[in-house]
Design a protein around this ligand. Structure first.
Ligand SMILES: Cc1ncc(COP(=O)(O)O)c(C=O)c1O
Length: 410
């Protein structure tokens, strides 16, 4: 797989696979298994790069969780660096030669912090902080002086707070919201010789991670579109002021923001030097619910039909892998191929068995496979040790997931 595999921007989305095609390609493979369709993945990569319009994309590792795929995406022009999700993962990737790592979530892992402090290369991972308490904690974890100052990223709260703050829309992440607060924390960082302020990050999950065609209907959709427009405008202004205030203290080179669902709006802000995206490569179910872009499902998993309780029902082995987040219908996986299947209302997708019903169920036989989609991206890889990679009409590789390499992150 090479960078040249990327479908050129403007070529349009890759076509979705047909059931018969997948069954022919995987005839010799026993289910359960998971696959990534590289034709779809590269067409999704081109879509992301098109929306980024020249701003580099940092790849969210948690949304891929496969080292070989991450390396291949990073070999593609337009993608630069990883946004990682745990410190042990960041150190492991660093040990495998990844040298542009921004850890997006604060770490309380004292052993890993002490190990990080022993690294002295320019490619040592950047830690996330949002408070003086974090700085104190990190310093208390060190057994001696760090080999080089620890590089840190200051996280900004991106939430939208209308009605004078009586309503708060957005993830509960950083307490740093205003230019004054950001500047004060920047001063606290540069005052400590063990730290270097390397980056500023704000992830607008309420814009990037919320589709505007929700399962709950049209009214909600209109409200979400309105909220997003307001929040995008408010954040652009505030983020510019925060960056200016922080740069009075230190020449922070990296200003990171966004996610798959906001590549185009985040990238339009002049102060943004890079956008993060990952899920868009796999295009899980949640990303079917956005009106401003369209992707091709690239990551699927296959479960075998193991019994036929009655004419209209085929029962799969397991497959109940709900996604994280506020529990709701939108966190559930869904049968994808063959078309015309749905879960049974009483059982849903289960730990050990999943009955499927609908027009296609009657023709399914024991040993046939049903292909499902996960609601989110990288979490699928926690269920499978490897991913089959497809290109054209054939399997071109089988690569380990993080789990397949013995990693248990989150
Ligand atoms: C800090 C941060 N940035 C960016 C993203 C967006 O990642 P993705 O494009 O995979 O949705 C996330 C997702 O949760 C995140 O936590």
């Amino acid at each position: 797989m090479a960078a040249t595999d990327v479908v050129r921007a403007g070529a349009g989305p890759a076509p979705e696979r047909a059931y018969e095609e997948l069954e022919r390609i995987f005839a010799g493979v026993d289910a359960p298994f998971a696959l990534v369709d590289l034709d779809a993945l590269w067409s999704n990569a081109a879509e992301l790069l098109g929306r980024a319009a020249g701003t580099p994309i940092r790849v969210a590792s948690k949304s891929v969780r496969c080292r070989s795929l991450l390396a291949n995406v990073l070999a593609t022009s337009g993608f630069q660096g990883l946004m990682t999700f745990t410190l042990p993962e960041s150190l492991w990737l660093h040990g495998h030669g990844f040298d542009d790592l921004l850890l997006a979530y604060p770490s309380a892992d004292r052993g890993a912090l002490a190990e990080l402090a022993r690294l002295d290369g320019d490619g040592r991972p950047i830690l996330m902080v949002d408070s003086v308490e974090h700085l104190d904690y990190i310093e208390a974890s060190l057994s001696g002086e760090p080999a080089r100052p620890l590089r840190v990223c200051l996280e900004l709260d991106t939430g939208w707070w209308p009605l004078g703050g009586r309503l708060k829309v957005g993830a509960k992440r950083s307490p740093v919201r205003t230019p004054e607060q950001a500047q004060a924390l920047a001063r606290a960082i540069v005052a400590r010789p063990r730290f270097e302020l390397a980056a500023l990050m704000g992830y607008e999950g309420h814009i990037a991670g919320v589709g505007d065609h929700p399962l709950d209907g049209r009214l909600q959709g209109a409200l979400i579109r309105w909220m997003k427009r307001r929040s995008v405008a408010e954040l652009a202004e505030r983020r510019a002021a925060v960056v200016a205030a922080v740069r009075e203290v230190a020449p922070v080179p990296i200003v990171n923001g966004g996610g798959t669902g906001s590549v185009h709006t985040t990238g339009a802000e002049a102060v943004i030097t890079e956008i993060t995206a990952g899920s868009g490569l796999f295009a899980p179910l949640l990303f079917d619910r956005y009106s401003s872009f369209s992707l091709t499902p690239a990551a699927l998993y296959a479960m075998p039909v193991v019994r036929r309780p009655s004419g209209g029902v085929a029962t799969l082995l397991g497959g109940g892998y709900p996604a994280s987040g506020g529990a709701g219908r939108d966190r559930l996986p869904a049968p994808y191929l063959p078309r015309g299947l749905r879960f049974d209302g009483q059982e849903g997708a289960g730990e050990v068995q999943t009955p499927v019903i609908g027009s296609a169920a009657a023709s399914l036989r024991i040993g046939d496979r049903v292909y499902l989609r996960h609601a989110k991206a990288g979490e699928l890889c926690e269920r499978f040790a490897s991913l089959y990679l497809l290109r054209g009409g054939e399997i071109v590789d089988e690569v380990p997931t993080y789990r397949g390499e013995g990693r248990t992150e989150l």
